[in-house]
Design a protein. Structure first.
Length: 286
């Protein structure tokens, strides 16, 4: 299986830090409990009770897999150096998944109780892709759900799936959330996308060039010109950052009108002004 996602090899570190940020477990990062509380306060408290343990079996492309006495195959046909066609065959029926994607980076058979699912991720580029969930119903496959997120290995728990997508607001980042499979759907309680830059020695930074109202460690403050912050995560209207000494900060951002879109073509702003008015360089990509 080809692997064109250059960042995938470092995701062990990213996953460990992601779990720290959203669940409050300990690690060797010097992050205070107050920092974690500020991020967790934006999350929705889950009432979900984990279900019975699932049997998770990898599916190898173009090799037969079986569900009870039924056979299936994930057919991945390479069209050229940059695209494949993805088709699921199950019990002599064909199900088109993707006409063109870079690769299938994850594919599994999930059996939990009386239910059986096919889980697979079609990857395009960077953190772009789509993850599908098919359910076996009366000897056929039914499209149960799909999200515009990619999945990161390892797959050991259907109630803790590390998923990511590319997000744009105050720059371009790989934003992670934790999903689970519940009632045949991909479900998350996370409201905040946690960026993959956390704990990375080469993590992104933003340099302030205009006074910016913010909060650091829960206290109102102003980020003055020359201040350097490290993007940490975002939800729909709040951008989280980390200071050099490990404190969590945040400020509000917004979608702005067409007449205020900056010269780079992005429609995100702060206080009605382009984000480029507040930072020396905003790292957009794509």
């Amino acid at each position: 299986m080809r692997n064109r996602f250059v960042a995938k090899g470092s995701m062990t570190v990213f996953l460990a830090v992601l779990l720290l940020a959203v669940s409050g477990c300990t690690s060797n990062r010097n992050v205070s409990s107050e920092t974690l509380t500020q991020v967790e306060s934006t999350e929705t408290e889950s009432q979900y009770v984990p279900q019975e343990k699932a049997i998770i079996t990898p599916i190898e492309p173009n090799e037969e897999f079986r569900v009870s006495d039924l056979s299936g195959m994930l057919k991945v046909k390479e069209e050229d150096d940059y695209s494949v066609t993805v088709i699921l065959e199950f019990n002599y029926q064909l199900y088109g998944v993707e006409k063109s994607c870079w690769d299938v980076t994850s594919s599994y058979l999930i059996e939990r109780g009386d239910a059986a699912y096919i889980f697979l991720t079609c990857h395009y580029e960077n953190a772009y892709g789509r993850t599908y969930l098919y359910k076996v119903v009366d000897g056929q496959l039914e499209a149960a759900d799909a999200v515009n997120m990619i999945f990161f290995e390892p797959f050991t728990n259907v109630d803790q799936l590390n998923m990511a997508t590319t997000v744009n607001s105050i720059g371009t980042y790989e934003g992670h959330k934790t999903y689970r499979i519940e009632n045949d759907k991909f479900v998350t309680d996370d409201e905040v996308y946690i960026f993959n830059t956390i704990g990375d020695e080469s993590k992104s930074s933003l340099t302030v060039i205009k006074d910016l109202p913010a909060k650091i460690a829960g206290k109102e403050t102003t980020l003055t010109p020359g201040t350097v912050i490290h993007p940490y995560g975002q939800d729909e209207d709040t951008f989280f950052f980390e200071t050099d000494d490990g404190r969590m900060g945040q400020f509000q951002y917004e979608h702005i009108g067409q007449d205020k879109i900056d010269s780079y073509g992005y429609e995100y702003g702060i206080g009605g002004h382009s984000v480029n008015d507040y930072f020396e360089m905003v790292p957009y990509s794509g």
